[in-house]
Design a protein around this ligand. Sequence first.
Ligand code: SOE
Length: 403
Amino acid sequence: MEQPQQPAGPEAGKPPLRVGMVGYAFMGAAHSQGWRTAGRVFDLPRRPALTAICGRDATAVRAAAVRHGWASAETDWRALIARDDIDVVDICTPGDSHAEIALAALAAGKHVLCEKPLANTVEEAEIMTRAAEEAHARGQLAMVGFNYRRVPATALARRMVAEGRLGALRHVRVTYLQDWLVDRDFPLTWRLRKELAGSGSLGDLGAHIVDLAQHLAGERLAGVSALTETFVRQRPLPGGAASGKLAAVSSAGTGTVTVDDAALFTGRFISGALASFEATRYATGRKNALRIELNGEHGSLAFDLERLNELWFHDGSEPAAQAGFRRILVTEPDHPYLDAWWPPGHGLGYEHTFVHQARDLVHAIAEGSRPEPSFADGLQVQRVLAAVEESAEKNSVYTSIAV
Ligand code: SOE
């Protein structure tokens, strides 16, 4: 399985940054794509080397290594972390193992990239953030994988808000809609079990939109008011039979969903701007529909992930007779990340966000700068998620978030 580690082309002669990735399912495949491509498209100070991939099933992880271009495979993440030929540990596992793996990796002197949400609880996220701060003093970096910050159009939106193009912010409106749980026979996979996933649509999709909303707004939420619901409470066990850990859940071939199916909440930013959020996996017909709109005193921006090469901008200073939302096709070399890609008009897709994530982390490591989003950012998102859960549980009007 060993593959050549000294490529020709733009990566030739660059010192390697040796990556070890834990997990090889959907996110593992997406991150692999990012690591594989970043150094070939961008002129990076170090060459990402896909050194080892890790998963518990020896046959499956070897197949994943071959498929995604990793030089070796491990079946125990502790063995991966113990290797002295790994510089970065990339965590693409369910949330219940993020803290343990990240803490061990930081203690072993590695840089860490951790998938979102950072952890399953605020307590875990706090411990991880403290460890990341201590590790930073030793020159190690830790970053969370909120990849939607790295769509060129959202990065452009951030830039425009920071330049003051919207003026004082009044509203942020965000929805993240999927429909893969509509089928009542969809099995009780890890994403539907609190002990593994932490929460449901809230942690999976809500974490993304909370991060994106705060990132684009350039400020944090001060409090929320929430409703959550679990629509289908019993689901068939994966494989149709109770086994292993799941046997404790049920012996009748079904198990209980212990997370939210949907979360709906409003929020207030520190500046007083108001926000609304909806995260669900029950929006029949919606596949991966993340939409965000920001309205400011002088202008508005709107983005739709299903048309991710476009950003819509309304400039309120234009004469009313000509004003209106206009489409910015975000494919110009002046747009974020795009100087390295295709000529204008040749758009990018979902997978490019992972290439950009890898690119930014390699730069941060080479320059010793703090990568964003940091673990502290991940912790703050976790606090928002916890406030949403608390507010929904209490059915209270408003729950403040600790700063
Ligand atoms: C599943 O809902 C999922 O894969 C999320 O976990 C990802 O973070 C999101 O990008 C796409 O949808």
